[in-house]
Design a binder for this molecule. Structure first.
Ligand SMILES: O=C[C@H](O)[C@H](O)COP(=O)(O)O
Ligand SMILES: C=C(OP(=O)(O)O)C(=O)O
Length: 358
């Protein structure tokens, strides 16, 4: 039996894609955008190293499906970011890759037309254009690194990355993170287990060698140096939240026991709010209170916010999509976002400069 009868039996087709180098030549980073990325990354490093007293807040839509609405959101967020910048470093959630529990729309890169045509080439172009525009505004961007190849196309535009609850335990994602050029947050598992995030942080601080692609799209051995800016993200799980002071203290103990950086992000959404957006501001208030009471390990937050409240299913007729409403997890709306961020800033602005972290 010849070899070609034994492989690719479940593969329908394969199409070559633009190389990372060619995409970047078509859409280079401007000086202004590059400065936003570099400054955003450095500010996050400084916060994690205790050299910058602020908290960083990764905030924005659960996923981007409409780039015009995302630009509208980014402009609003930039104004708010400037207003609160003495206390909070605002980084926009620009999530293009969605990990699904089973199946569902997997994000703008995978299916930019939201109609199962999976025009990934177009998705990469649309995604990179939006990231360039957001950075041009002077607003740093955050994303989830889900696909192990896409960072070669987009990584130069990103100031902070997440590894999601469904992939924190994956060796592929740990290897990739060890070579990424920014701080990386590792979510606890969907069952609430913290061990997977702690083990991920241990793993990524080491060098790894693995299969990947280079800028010319050739298969390559990627040899990394290790990433010392991994941190834990508490997102709740197993039906329970874990943003409360006892869960945070248990996380601190686990990090300390493993000799890891005591830097925690609280994800106010997902299982910390039972996916009820109305609970996110309450989590923000609770975290603020913990910091006022002397917590020194919570250095960042994640919030799922959009122009309008809630979420919607992707309709058959895309003209029926409601403007500025998430097509994945439900989000808080813009007025609620402004209020929650301003409240947090006003409560913390005189406290953070004298805060002891670590
Ligand atoms: O953040 C988004 C979702 O929680 C994640 O992608 C899982 O979504 P699903 O359970 O609807 O597939
Ligand atoms: C998918 C996400 O979160 P989690 O991995 O915590 O479910 C997300 O932040 O979009």
């Amino acid at each position: 039996m010849s070899g070609n009868k034994l492989e690719n039996l479940n593969v329908a087709s394969q199409e070559p894609l633009i190389t990372p180098e060619a995409l970047k030549q078509e859409m280079p980073l401007s000086d202004k955008a590059a400065e936003t990325v570099a400054n955003g990354r450095q500010a996050i490093y400084d916060i994690m190293d205790g050299k910058d007293h602020r908290l960083f807040v990764v905030i924005g839509p659960c996923s981007i499906h409409d780039v015009e609405a995302a630009r509208d959101y980014a402009q609003r967020l930039k104004k708010l970011a400037d207003e609160v910048s003495d206390t909070l470093l605002i980084v926009m959630r620009v999530y293009f890759e969605k990990p699904r529990t089973t199946v569902g729309w997997k994000g703008l890169i995978n299916d930019p037309h939201l109609n199962d045509t999976f025009d990934i080439e177009q998705g990469l172009h649309i995604g990179r254009r939006l990231l360039l525009d957001i950075n041009e505004l002077g607003l740093p961007a955050a994303t989830e690194a889900l696909d192990p190849i896409s960072p070669q196309y987009l990584q130069d535009t990103i100031a902070w990355s997440a590894i999601g609850a469904r992939t924190t335990e994956s060796q592929t994602h740990r290897e990739m993170s060890s070579g990424l050029s920014m701080a990386i947050g590792f979510k606890n598992g969907t069952d609430g287990s913290l061990d997977v995030a702690v083990n991920a942080m241990k793993s990524v601080s080491h060098p790894h060698s693995f299969l990947g692609i280079d800028q010319q799209g050739k298969v390559a051995i990627i040899r990394t140096k290790g990433n010392n800016y991994g941190h834990a993200v508490l997102r709740g799980g197993g039906g329970k939240p874990n943003y409360d002071s006892v869960s945070v203290a248990l996380c601190e103990q686990a990090l300390e026991k493993s000799g890891l950086r005591k830097s925690i992000m609280v994800d106010c959404s997902h299982a910390n709010s039972s996916k009820d957006p109305g609970l996110q501001p309450l989590v923000m208030q609770d975290v603020t209170h913990q910091i006022l009471e002397g917590n020194g390990s919570i250095q960042s937050l994640m919030v799922e916010s959009n122009i309008n409240w809630g979420n919607q299913s992707i309709p058959e007729n895309l003209a029926d999509l409601k403007y500025g409403v998430s097509v994945t997890d439900a989000c808080i709306d813009w007025p609620t976002t402004e209020k929650a961020i301003r409240d947090m800033r006003s409560k913390l602005k005189d406290v953070l400069p004298g805060r002891k972290v670590g």
